[in-house]
Design a protein. Sequence first.
Length: 142
Amino acid sequence: MTDLNPADLWPPPPGARQTYPRRWVWAAMDPAERRSRMRELGAWVDWLRTAFELHNVITPCWYRHTAVVEHLTALYAGWLRTYAGETEPGRDLAEADWIHTLHAFTPHLKLPACATGTHQDPPPRAPRPAGADGDFAFHLFG
């Protein structure tokens, strides 16, 4: 990734067009947007690892782990909203709240299998048991 000045990620001044989505849904993005947003997230994660000394928490292969990507996406979207200057009544400690949230998320960013610097693929998804769809439908509709 590249060196990043977090100020470069802030949205434009009030009145200018907003350049980031308010919500990120990876599955809803077309491939070009997904690549662009992943680059953006990657640059921010590099900054985050340095700024908060999370080198040993967020492994270099974080982007290969869907759950970690989702957690980092939520943190990034919240960081943008917090530091973009969105002011709501009662949000006087928004930055402190964001930092508290970061620390609460930290255990979910750890990948013990990859902590040695060698990527380990996540375990394969278990196949759905036979009849699971029918059981679910029965549960919903009785």
